[in-house]
Write a protein that binds this ligand. Structure first.
Ligand SMILES: CC(C)(COP(=O)(O)OP(=O)(O)OC[C@H]1O[C@@H](n2cnc3c(N)ncnc32)[C@H](O)[C@@H]1OP(=O)(O)O)[C@@H](O)C(=O)NCCC(=O)NCCS
Length: 155
C-alpha cells in the first residue's frame, strides 16, 4: 500500500520496497502512516476491507545532528486537500520533539509548489539549495523548522 502511494506521488527518486523495509525495521527514526477508517463514508473505502493507509511520512534520526530528516512524505492522490498532510506533518514533528530533536530538515523539489506551500504554511523556511539534486536534475530546496523542546513531564 505504501509503495502504491509512493508510485502515484513521485515520478523520480522513489522509495523502493527495500527502502520502506529498512526505514520501518532497521533505521533510527519513525514511519507514521495515516489510515482512513473502515466505514468512513467521506471516501470510497469499502467497509469490508478494514483501515486503509492513505498517507505516510518517513523521519530519520542521525548521530551528529540535532535535526531529524523527513526523507519521504506523501498522501494518496484521492485523499489530498483534506488536511491529512498538515496533521501527519504535525504528528511527525511531535515524534521528533519527543526524541529530543531540535528541528526537522527536508529537501523538496524546487518545482513542487503544493508541497512548498504546505511546508511554508507549517513554519518551514529555506536555508539552502542543492542544484541538480534529483534524477532529472531538478534543484532541491532545503527547508528546516526549529521545534520547541518538550517540557519534562511533571509528577
Ligand atoms: C504535498 C502533499 C503531501 C499535500 O497533501 P494534502 O493532504 O493534500 O495537504 P493538506 O490538505 O494537508 O494541505 C495542507 C496545506 O498544504 C497546502 N496545499 C495543499 N494542497 C495545495 C494545493 N493544491 N495548492 C496549494 N497549496 C496546497 C496549503 O497550504 C494547505 O493548507 P490550507 O488547506 O490551510 O490552505 C500531497 O499533495 C502529496 O502527497 N503530493 C505528492 C508527494 C509530495 O510532493 N510529497 C512531498 C515531498 S517533499
Amino acid at each position: 500500500m505504501l509503495l502504491a502511494i509512493e508510485e502515484q506521488s513521485f515520478a523520480t527518486d522513489r522509495m523502493t520496497r527495500r527502502n520502506f523495509r529498512y526505514a520501518i525495521l532497521k533505521a533510527k527514526g519513525v514511519v507514521l502512516v495515516a489510515e482512513r477508517q473502515a466505514g468512513d463514508r467521506s471516501g470510497d473505502c469499502p467497509s469490508d476491507i478494514g483501515n486503509r493507509p492513505v498517507a505516510y511520512g518517513v523521519l530519520g534520526f542521525h548521530a551528529g545532528t540535532p535535526f531529524a530528516r523527513l526523507t519521504s512524505f506523501a498522501v494518496e492522490s484521492d485523499s489530498r486537500g483534506r488536511g491529512i498532510a498538515r496533521r501527519l506533518l504535525s504528528a511527525l514533528e511531535d515524534a521528533a520533539a519527543a526524541h529530543g530533536c531540535a528541528g526537522i530538515r527536508l529537501e523538496v523539489r524546487a518545482d513542487n509548489a503544493v508541497a512548498i506551500a504546505l511546508y511554508t504554511a507549517a513554519g518551514y523556511r529555506r536555508f539552502a539549495v542543492y542544484p541538480a539534486y534529483y534524477e532529472d536534475d531538478m534543484a532541491a530546496l532545503r527547508l528546516e523548522k526549529p521545534l520547541a523542546a518538550l517540557s519534562p513531564a511533571t509528577s
